[in-house]
Ligand binder design. Structure first.
Ligand code: NAP
Ligand code: GDD
Length: 334
C-alpha cells in the first residue's frame, strides 16, 4: 500500500486530495496543528466512515516546528509528500508578513531539509501559486513567464518554488512545483472572494443578511474547481521525471462577472446589495491572471473537467443548503 503525507490536510485542497488518494488505495497521513477549536470540519465525512477512517490518520505537527517535521518523516517514511500547508490569504499576508514568510516560505525549507536529512525517498509536491506572476509580464502565463510577486504571500511562494527546484537539482529529490491558478469549491475558505460571495448571496436570498462588502471588483482570475486540481498534483508525482507545471482553465473572469453569475442564478440584483469597503483592497493588486496549462495536458494528460458556470452553480447550490439549515435554526430559536 502506498503512503502519502499531507501538510495542510484540513484545508480545502487537503480534503479533496485525501479523498482522491484514499480512493486510490493510499494510506494518508495528515499533519494538523493544535487548535483551541476543531479545525477538521472538512475531513469529518472521512472520519465518520469506519472503513475510510483507517485509511487516514492525523498527526500533530507544524510547519513552524522543524523537529516535528523531521520526526514525522523519519517515522512514517511516506512514498509521497504534498506540501499544501500555508498562511494562504493574500490580503492577510500584508498584515502578518513575518508569520506568512515563516510558514509559507520557511516551512517549505524545513520540510525539504527534513526529507534530505532523514534520507527519505519520498516524492515531493510543492503548492506553488499563480500569485507568483503578480504584475504579469505576459498573458497567458506559462511555466516560463517571469515572476513578479505583489504580496508577502507571493514572495514567500516564490522562495518555496525556487527551493523546490534547488533541492531537485542539488540532492536529486523528486520534487515538483504545481503552479496552480485560483481554484474554488463549496469547501473554499469563507474569506476568499468566490465563497464570500456565494455564502452572502444565498444568505441574503433567505433574509439572513442585508449587505455584502467587497473590495476591488475589476480584478480578473482564472477560476477552476479544486477537485480537478488535486488530480493534477497526484499526476505530477506519478510522472517519470520531476517537473513544474501550470494548472489552469485558460479562461478569466472579473470579480464583477462572478457577482453577475451568482446573483443571476438567485434572481437578485447585486448592485443594490454590494458596497465597496476600502478595507478589502490590497496595497498592491494582481490585476489579471490567465493560465496556459498546455504542458500539463501534453505531459500529464490533465485538463479541467468543471466549467466556470458549473463551478458557480455548485457553490451556490451548496451554500443555499447551508443557508436553509441556518434559517431553520434561526426560526426555531425565535
Ligand atoms: P487553505 O484552505 O487556506 O488551507 C491551508 C492549510 O494550511 C490548512 O490546513 C491550515 O491548517 C494549514 N496550515 C496553516 N498554517 C500552518 C502551519 N503553521 N503548520 C501546518 N499547517 C498549517 O488553502 P487551500 O486553498 O487548500 O490551498 C492549499 C495550498 O495551495 C496552500 O499552500 C495555498 O497557498 C496553495 N494555493 C492555493 C490556491 C487556491 O486557489 N486555493 C492556488 C494556488 C496555490 P488550519 O486548518 O489549522 O488553519
Ligand atoms: N478575499 C477577498 N475579499 N478578495 C476580494 C474582495 C473581498 O472582499 N473583494 C475583491 N476581492 C478581490 C481581491 O482583491 C483579488 O483581486 C480577488 O478578489 C481574489 O481574491 P481572493 O479570493 O482572496 O484570492 P487571491 O487571488 O488573492 O488568492 C487566492 O488564489 C491564489 C492563486 O492565484 C488564494 O487561494 C491564494 O492562496 C492562491 O495562491
Amino acid at each position: 500500500m502506498k503512503t502519502a503525507l499531507i501538510t495542510g490536510i484540513t484545508g480545502q485542497d487537503g480534503s479533496y486530495l485525501t479523498e482522491l488518494l484514499v480512493g486510490k488505495g493510499y494510506k494518508v497521513y495528515g499533519i494538523i496543528r493544535r487548535s483551541s477549536s476543531f479545525n477538521t470540519e472538512r475531513l469529518e465525512h472521512l472520519y465518520q466512515d469506519p472503513h475510510e477512517k483507517r485509511k487516514m490518520e492525523l498527526v500533530y505537527g507544524d510547519l513552524n516546528d522543524a523537529s516535528s517535521l523531521a520526526e514525522i518523516i523519519h517515522s512514517l517514511k511516506p512514498d509521497e509528500i504534498y506540501n499544501l500547508g500555508a498562511q494562504s490569504h493574500v490580503r492577510v499576508s500584508f498584515d502578518i508578513p513575518e508569520y506568512t514568510g515563516e510558514i509559507t516560505g520557511m516551512g517549505t525549507l524545513r520540510l525539504l531539509e527534513a526529507i534530505r536529512r532523514t534520507g527519505c525517498k519520498a516524492r515531493f509536491y510543492q503548492a506553488s501559486s499563480s500569485e507568483m506572476f503578480g504584475k504579469v509580464a505576459e498573458t497567458p502565463q506559462t511555466e516560463t513567464t517571469p515572476f513578479h510577486p505583489r504580496s508577502p504571500y507571493a514572495c514567500a511562494k516564490v522562495f518555496s518554488h525556487y527551493l523546490t527546484v534547488n533541492y531537485r537539482e542539488s540532492y536529486n529529490i523528486f520534487a515538483c512545483n504545481g503552479i496552480l491558478f485560483n481554484h474554488e469549491s463549496p469547501r473554499r475558505g469563507e474569506t476568499f472572494v468566490t465563497r464570500k460571495i456565494t455564502r452572502a448571496a444565498t444568505r441574503i436570498k433567505l433574509g439572513l443578511q442585508d449587505k455584502l462588502y467587497l473590495g476591488n471588483l475589476e480584478a480578473k482570475r482564472d477560476w477552476g474547481f479544486a477537485g480537478d486540481y488535486v488530480e493534477a498534483m497526484w499526476l505530477m508525482l506519478q510522472a517519470d521525471n520531476p517537473d513544474d507545471y501550470v494548472i489552469a482553465t485558460g479562461e478569466t473572469y472579473s470579480v464583477r462577472e462572478f457577482l453577475d453569475e451568482v446573483f443571476c442564478l438567485l434572481n437578485l440584483d447585486w448592485k443594490k446589495i454590494v458596497e465597496i469597503d476600502p478595507r478589502y483592497f490590497r496595497p498592491a493588486e494582481v490585476d489579471l491572471l490567465l493560465g496556459d496549462s498546455s504542458k500539463a495536458k501534453r505531459q500529464l494528460g490533465w485538463q479541467p473537467k468543471i466549467t466556470f458556470k458549473e463551478l458557480v452553480k455548485m457553490m451556490v447550490k451548496s451554500d443555499m443548503e447551508l443557508a436553509k439549515k441556518e434559517k431553520i435554526l434561526k426560526d426555531v430559536n425565535e
